[in-house]
Ligand binder design. Structure first.
Ligand code: AMP
Length: 395
């Protein structure tokens, strides 16, 4: 019976995909097409632990990648099992407060949001259009990174700038990583036996991009990312919060225009800028262990800023039941988790050091001591969340 969901996450030069059974929640097949738009594009497919790579040089674009996915699904007798397609879309603006079935009006609205996410939404739309062409009979669903944060109250989402900028240009805080924050907070409540509708949780999604969110009774009430994914925490190559006055100063000192400054804050800052070594947390931790001054500094700033933001987010919750770590860094770095929890001791948080050391990818669990709010590690699974939303909307 066809009831599996094909999940598509389309970037400007990549296309990530997974075939997921929404009942068993199992990924039957996963894959990634990379270097799309370049002659040496290729696709990697994983099934049952076995990995295969194929060149896309005959058609090195998104359509070529989609045709390769169809061919591999057919070759593995999985094609007829696909019941619907679910797409990740980065920006849904204020119009999308939940996942939705795709039709022409939805596509037009996603196009309208492209000015808010010029690097992401056009690529996401390309994936949607290609999938519609390739699977013309299947229903398709979009799941937005911003939708979960649409429950933020206006005092949390407004910037203190002329209101006309909000009314006429949509300038406000939107927040991102919503699919991960939604999945992880619900999982954390399950693990802790907390009723989701009576819970106060902070999720720290720490990957190359990083954001934290305050989730009260299952709804996002504040988050660290804003109009764009540049606001908030220190990230791999992004600065996070910086004095808005710094833009003019950097521009004047380095002779850069606004695009140049934005590029510097997005691509040369964060862990990379501070460490003068790498944006990769693993490399930074290894170098810090050998006494590399830049790596030590980067870790200190990253953890301090994260702890400070988590404490700030508790204002919107009024209490803290649980602090949850997720994402590549959150799921793997016991060092960062320990440093952050130590700095948040005044909130009552305590650490079970051996549970913390044991909690690495695939081994999520509680890492807090006997007293105070819970701290735990949860493995995020955005693809599963997209598959479940898609199954629910197309059932
Ligand atoms: P993501 O964007 O969620 O894939 O996360 C990528 C980040 O996770 C990179 O900074 C990696 O260095 C980091 N990461 C992955 N594994 C580890 C690990 N074992 N220890 C520390 N950081 C890790």
């Amino acid at each position: 019976m066809s009831n599996d969901i094909l999940v598509i996450n389309c970037g400007s030069s990549s296309l990530k995909f997974a075939l997921i059974n929404p009942q068993t929640q199992e990924a039957l097949l996963t894959g990634l097409a990379e270097k799309l738009g370049h002659a040496d594009a290729y696709v990697t497919v994983k099934q049952d632990g076995a990995k295969e790579t194929a060149s896309l040089s005959h058609q090195p674009d998104h359509a070529g990648a989609m045709h390769a996915i169809i061919a591999t699904l057919k070759a593995r007798n999985l094609f007829d099992q696909v019941a619907a397609v679910g797409h990740r879309v980065v920006h849904g603006g204020e119009n999308f407060k939940a996942s939705t079935l795709i039709d022409d009006a939805v596509i037009a609205e996603i196009e309208g949001c492209a000015k808010l996410a010029p690097l992401h939404n056009p690529a996401n739309l390309l994936g949607i259009r290609t999938a519609i062409e390739c699977f013309p009979t299947l229903k398709q669903v979009v799941v937005f990174d911003t939708a979960f944060h649409q429950t933020m109250p206006e005092h949390a989402y407004l910037y203190a700038v002329p209101m006309s900028l909000y009314r006429e240009h949509g300038l406000r805080r939107y927040g991102f990583h919503g699919t991960s924050h939604r999945y992880v907070s619900a999982e954390a409540a399950k693990v802790l036996g907390l009723p989701l509708d009576n819970s106060a949780i902070v999720v720290a999604h720490l990957g190359n991009g990083a954001s934290a969110a305050a989730i009260l009774n299952g709804k996002s009430v504040d988050t660290t990312m804003g109009l764009t994914p540049l606001e908030g925490l220190v990230m791999g190559t992004r600065s996070g919060d910086i004095d808005p006055g710094a833009h003019a100063y950097i521009g004047a000192q380095l002779g850069l225009d606004l695009d140049g400054v934005t590029d510097l804050l997005n691509k040369q800052s964060g862990l990379l800028g501070l460490s003068e070594l790498s944006n990769d947390c693993r490399e930074i931790e290894d170098a810090a262990a050998e006494g590399h001054a830049g790596a030590l500094l980067a870790l200190n700033v990253f953890c301090y800023r994260l702890a400070k933001q988590i404490a700030a987010l508790t204002v919107s919750l009024g209490r803290l039941d649980a602090l949850v770590f997720t994402g590549g860094i959150g799921e793997n770095s016991s060092i960062i988790r320990a440093k952050v929890i130590e700095q948040l001791g005044f909130l009552g948080l305590t650490l079970d050091a051996s549970a913390n050391d044991a909690a690495i990818r695939g081994k999520a669990g509680k890492i807090s001591g006997a007293t105070g709010p819970a701290a735990l590690v949860v493995n995020t699974n955005e693809e599963l969340m997209i598959a479940l939303d898609t199954a629910a909307l197309t059932a």
